[in-house]
Design a protein around this ligand. Structure first.
Ligand SMILES: [Zn+2]
Length: 141
C-alpha cells in the first residue's frame, strides 16, 4: 500500500456517520464529514443545513435515500384515517422541501390508489355483511 500524505486518513478508515435511525435502529453508512461526527445529510450545524438546502434546490432530484422520510414509521395504512395522517405528514415534508418532487409525486399517486383500495374493502365488508343478513333471513323464512 502506498503511503498517504501526513494527516490524511485512508478512505476505508474514515469514520462513519454517527446517526442512528430512531425507527429501525440502523446506523447511517455514509462517511462522516471531516469536522463532524455526522455525514452531510445528518449534520445539523447551521452551515451544513444551509449547504444541504442549497444542494437540494439546485439538484431538484436526489440520488440517495436520505430525505425527510428517514425516520418514517413503518406501519400498515389500513384506514382512511391512517392514510389521512400519512398524507398530512407527506404534505408537510414536501412543503418544507424535505422531499424530492418525483418521490412526492409517486407517493401521492400511491396514496390515491391506497385510498381507493381502502374504500373498496369497506364496501366489500358492508356487502358481505348485507349478504350474510339476507341469507340468514331467507333461511329463516
Ligand atoms: Zn448520515
Amino acid at each position: 500500500m502506498s503511503e498517504l500524505p501526513e494527516g490524511q486518513v485512508p478512505e476505508l478508515q474514515r469514520p462513519r456517520c454517527a446517526y442512528v435511525s430512531k425507527s429501525t435502529g440502523a446506523g447511517c453508512l455514509a462517511y462522516a464529514l471531516k469536522d463532524s461526527e455526522f455525514c452531510f445529510y445528518h449534520d445539523q450545524r447551521p452551515e451544513t443545513v444551509a449547504k444541504r438546502l442549497k444542494a437540494l434546490k439546485k439538484g431538484g432530484k436526489k440520488t440517495n435515500s436520505h430525505d425527510g422520510l428517514v425516520d418514517w414509521p413503518q406501519s400498515p395504512i389500513d384506514s382512511l384515517e391512517g392514510l389521512r395522517n400519512a398524507l398530512s405528514r407527506l404534505f408537510n415534508a414536501g412543503a418544507a422541501g424535505e422531499l424530492a418532487t418525483a418521490r412526492l409525486t409517486a407517493l401521492a399517486s400511491l396514496g390515491n390508489a391506497l385510498s381507493k383500495t381502502i374504500e373498496g374493502s369497506a364496501v366489500e365488508r358492508r356487502l358481505a355483511e348485507l349478504e350474510r343478513k339476507v341469507f340468514k333471513e331467507t333461511k329463516e323464512d
